[in-house]
Design a binder for this molecule. Structure first.
Ligand code: RTP
Ligand code: MG
Length: 139
C-alpha cells in the first residue's frame, strides 16, 4: 500500500468543490487516511514548496497558497501517487485530459485546484510536513 499527500488548494475550497474532489478519489477506490483544513502562513508555504524556491513562480505560488484555507489529506491505495496524479490531470489545465479535476475546474496554471506528491520521497516529506503518525489511519 502506498501513501501520497493531496491538497485542495485555496481556489478549490473557494469554489465549494471539496466534496467533488473527494468523491473522485473515493470513486477510484482510494482511501482517505487523514484529513484537515488549515490556513498556511507564508513561511509554512515556503517550507512546503522549498523545492521550487529558485523558480520564477515561487513567490506568486506561496502567496496563492496562503490566500485562503486549504484541505490537506493523506491518500492511501495501490500505486496511489500515480493514480492521484492521473485523477488530477496535467499541471496546466489546458493540457489536462478530459475528465480530470484540473481540466474540469482549474482556471489558471497556478490556480489548479489540487496538489499531489510526485514521488515516494516527496510523499514522505510532504505527509510528515502536515501529519504525525497518530493522525494517520491505515484502513
Ligand atoms: P503540484 O505540485 O501542485 O501537485 O503541481 P505539479 O506537480 O503538477 O506542478 P509543479 O511543477 O510541482 O508546480 C507546483 C505548482 O506551482 C504552480 N505553477 N505555476 N506560473 C507557472 O508557470 C507555474 N508553474 C507551476 C502550480 O500551482 C503548480 O501546481
Ligand atoms: Mg509538484
Amino acid at each position: 500500500m502506498e501513501r501520497t499527500l493531496s491538497i485542495i488548494k485555496p481556489d478549490g475550497v473557494a469554489k465549494n468543490i471539496i466534496g467533488e474532489v473527494i468523491k473522485r478519489f473515493e470513486s477510484a477506490g482510494i482511501k482517505i487516511a487523514a484529513m484537515k483544513m488549515i490556513h498556511l502562513t507564508k513561511s509554512q508555504a515556503q517550507g512546503f514548496y522549498a523545492v521550487h524556491k529558485e523558480r520564477p513562480f515561487f513567490d506568486s505560488l506561496t502567496d496563492f497558497m496562503t490566500s485562503g484555507p486549504i484541505v490537506v489529506m493523506v491518500l492511501e491505495g495501490e500505486n496511489v501517487i500515480a493514480e492521484n496524479r492521473k485523477i488530477m490531470g496535467a499541471t496546466n489545465f489546458k493540457e489536462a485530459e478530459e475528465g480530470t479535476i484540473r481540466r474540469e475546474y482549474a482556471t489558471d496554471i497556478e490556480k489548479n485546484v489540487v496538489h499531489g506528491s510526485d514521488a515516494p520521497e516527496t510523499a514522505a516529506f510532504e505527509i510528515s510536513y502536515f501529519f504525525n503518525h497518530l493522525e494517520i489511519q491505515s484502513r
